[in-house]
Design a binder for this molecule. Structure first.
Ligand SMILES: Nc1nc2c(ncn2[C@@H]2O[C@H](COP(=O)(O)OP(=O)(O)OP(=O)(O)O)[C@@H](O)[C@H]2O)c(=O)[nH]1
Ligand SMILES: [Mg+2]
Length: 242
């Protein structure tokens, strides 16, 4: 029987957080009534990330590991989304800055009738814990650019917890191109262009100071990603424009 839920964990140099957080995810899923699987995608780690997952595998039949040579969160999530078999496919950052129990807010029976459900730290009902003011304002600045250049309607495109219906995951991750941090915006941009139903789910979110984001180079990279999305769209690289 295909799993109801695939949880996709992109992992770059996560040897410290992953053992505890993967255990948490697996224990939580074991306690649910629906079948599920977990896919960890390591792209470009130079620590023991993959070795840690390999230790879990012999005793965890619903866990799979994929490796990509080159870095990039977008690359890793795409691989996971296209390898997954679940009816719902959920991106889950390894830091679990959203406690895993909240995953049920993205699934029936709690949430129905959506194509993509994105966690938001900005909609009413969301709570953010321990976030330093400077990080919040950098995020707000980026969101302003996102809204001006790509998706006007979303106030938080970057949160690392998003749930896709299988067909929509396969459609969008087959055409999206960005390998890095800009992939979330690209996928949401394509979802809007193709008329998919995207809903925002307020979550409790805990700031984690251990981050893979390098503030200056990644901010510049994310800005050029926004420009690239517009350019790709203009050139018809995502397929025919309606
Ligand atoms: N496979 C893979 N995963 C990555 C890469 N870059 C980031 N990730 C993963 O993406 C997730 C998010 O990374 P974080 O460092 O928490 O960054 P963030 O949540 O966007 O930003 P913060 O607000 O600083 O936490 C984590 O699971 C990382 O391991 C990458 O190049 N390859
Ligand atoms: Mg994080």
């Amino acid at each position: 029987m295909p799993p109801l839920l695939s949880v996709i964990i992109p992992a770059l140099n996560e040897e410290h957080r992953l053992p505890k957080n993967l255990r948490r995810v697996l224990d939580f899923l074991d306690a649910q009534s629906f079948p599920s699987e977990v896919l960890v995608v390591d792209s470009g780690s130079d620590d023991r990330t993959s070795a840690i997952v390999e230790k879990f595998i012999p005793v965890t039949p619903n866990l799979r590991l994929f490796r990509e040579e080159e870095r990039g969160k977008g690359r890793a999530v795409r691989r996971g989304m296209l390898e997954a078999g679940g009816q719902y496919r959920f991106i889950c950052d390894a830091d679990l800055s959203m406690p895993i129990e909240n995953i049920n807010s993205f699934l029936p029976p709690k949430l129905e009738g959506f194509d993509i459900a994105i966690a938001s730290r900005e909609v009413p009902g969301a709570v953010r814990y321990n976030e330093p003011a400077y990080r919040h304002w950098i995020g707000r600045g980026f969101n302003l650019l996102v809204r001006l250049l790509a998706v006007p309607q979303f106030h938080d495109t970057q949160c690392g917890f998003k749930c896709f219906r299988a067909e929509v995951a396969e459609e969008l991750f087959s055409i999206q191109r960005l390998h890095g941090w800009g992939f979330d915006v690209e996928v949401l941009f394509l979802a809007m262009k193709r008329g998919h139903r995207v809903v925002e789910v307020p979550i409790p979110w805990h700031f984690n100071p251990d981050s893979r984001v390098r503030l200056l180079p990644d901010s510049i990279g994310m800005f050029t990603d926004l420009i690239q999305i517009r350019r790709n769209w203009r050139k018809g690289i995502y397929g025919p424009r309606e």
